[in-house]
Design a protein around this ligand. Structure first.
Ligand code: EPZ
Length: 429
């Protein structure tokens, strides 16, 4: 069955009000699901977002022999003495983040095999950095057209000094986990510093891991074997991309909307962008409130260049472009991370936006433009959410297909949007 969303556009009116909660971060959950492999005992995760990627990972875990027990948003994972170390083709291909599991599994069990995680619409998504890193740690990598077979050396992976030719979030996470179960010291240079990485490494250090440089681009990790859990569970941090997406929606269609259970300290880039555009924001400890300006003047358009954290997140680029179609002025959006992450803008032009593709990494957005409802196909989870926001702002009705994509990153999105007044329904065709 393929779900889709039906949205009745508000025609630019700012009528949404109330509070919208932020759930646990999809991109904090991904590395946290790889963490159980470095612990001696079962590991519990709390504040887990109930997303499609979690279900796929549970399927993958039951395939390889890792058990999962769920109690609400707390999940406990038990890794047995031996597991099946080949990740099944159909599931692993459906979640790019399964690549994260390969480092700790290789380090703990001495081998891992998996299909190419597959590119997606945002770009080719190569894994050359992962293979280079495993080789640097002494592993033998054999690859066929569609599959990789990796074997650790006899005595296990060896610590290595590794420079990331480009910062990789999941690359940093998987090597940090693998390093804990390797012999000797691993130094990761030009490592990514996303909050999801810092939170995980801080938890691992609190569990006895010897890690220096947390929060910096140079990590020094001493292999010390399986960790003994010290804290009862690892809490998944609020999703900064959900929070930023809801703030953009609130700015475009809100009368007074509070985004709660978020972590404002992770939102500097989006808060700066919105306040620079003239959005009135009130920031509290774990909430941000957007209030419509009485004078009703249009927002100013503000240029965007996506960049690794703490720069403007590429995962907020699509929702921010929808915002720019409603702001006064012409501005360039420079998507520096992924080469395919601006293709969704054609559909926004079909709705009435004026977005010109200058090259695969740059568009020029002219605003404000009136959008009219259309039938759209979500190409990926972030553009899917951007289409929902565009449909809410537009005049008339929109239908957004492939709700599955949106469900990968935003749990029960239509319930949370309806609660602040969005006329949205989930339907099944
Ligand atoms: C993480 O993806 C996020 N996913 C992505 O979120 C996010 O967009 C991305 O980081 C950038 O912030 C998770 O954390 C699960 P990368 P990741 O490795 O780690 C190149 C979402 O919508 N690269 O940081 O897979 C790559 O092509 C998703 O939630 C190589 O060249 O991204 C890209 O240009 C989408 N070779 C750059 O590095 C490699 O071996 C950054 O990619 C690996 C990456």
């Amino acid at each position: 069955m393929k779900d889709f969303f039906a949205v009745s556009g508000l025609g630019g009116k700012k009528v949404l009000s109330g509070t919208i909660p932020v759930y646990g971060s999809k991109n904090a959950l991904a590395p946290a699901l790889a963490a159980p492999f470095v612990f001696r005992e079962p590991l519990s995760l709390s504040n887990v977002p109930l997303l499609e990627d979690l279900k796929r990972t549970e399927e993958l875990f039951s395939d390889i022999g890792v058990s999962a027990k769920a109690r609400g948003r707390t999940y406990t994972f038990t890794v047995p003495k031996s597991i099946e170390t080949s990740l099944s083709e159909d599931i692993a291909k459906r979640i790019r983040a399964s690549i994260l599991l390969t480092g700790p599994i290789l380090a703990r069990f001495g081998s891992v095999s998996f299909p190419h995680p597959g590119g997606c619409v945002i770009g080719e998504r190569p894994i050359d950095i992962f293979l280079e890193g495993y080789r640097a740690m002494g592993a033998i990598v054999r690859e066929t057209r569609r599959h990789y077979y990796i074997r650790a050396p006899k005595g296990g992976l060896r610590g290595a000094t590794f420079y990331f030719r480009t910062q990789s979030v999941t690359g940093t996470e998987t090597f940090a986990l693998a390093a804990l179960l390797s012999h000797g010291t691993t130094v990761l240079k030009n490592a990514a510093i996303e909050p999801e990485i810092t939170e995980l490494l801080t938890f691992l250090r609190a569990s006895g891991a010897e890690i220096e440089g947390i929060g910096t681009q140079t990590l020094v990790i001493r292999g010390g074997g399986l960790l003994k859990r010290r804290a009862p569970r690892y809490r998944i941090i609020p999703d900064r991309i959900e929070a930023g997406s809801f703030l953009i929606l609130a700015a475009l269609a809100g009368k007074k909307v509070t985004v709660r259970n978020c972590e404002p300290a992770h939102l500097d880039s989006i808060l700066h962008f919105l306040s620079h555009a003239g959005v009135s924001l009130a920031v509290e400890k774990t909430a941000v409130t957007v209030t419509a300006r009485r004078d009703g003047t249009a927002y100013r358009s503000v240029g965007i260049k996506t960049h690794e954290y703490p720069g403007f997140p590429t995962d907020l680029q699509a929702p921010a472009v929808v915002f720019l179609t409603q702001a006064e002025g012409d501005t360039t959006v420079f998507e520096t991370i992924f080469e395919g992450r601006l293709n969704y803008t054609d559909e926004l032009n079909r709705m009435g936006a004026d977005i010109r593709m200058m090259d695969p990494h740059r568009v020029l957005v002219k605003g404000p433009t009136r959008l009219s409802g259309k039938t759209l196909e979500s190409p990926d989870l972030r553009a899917g959410l951007a289409y929902l926001i565009a449909g809410i702002v537009a005049n008339g009705r929109s239908v957004i297909h492939n709700a599955y994509h949106v469900d990968r990153g935003y749990e029960r999105i239509e319930e949370r949007l309806r609660a602040i007044g969005v006329p949205i329904e989930r339907k099944t065709k």
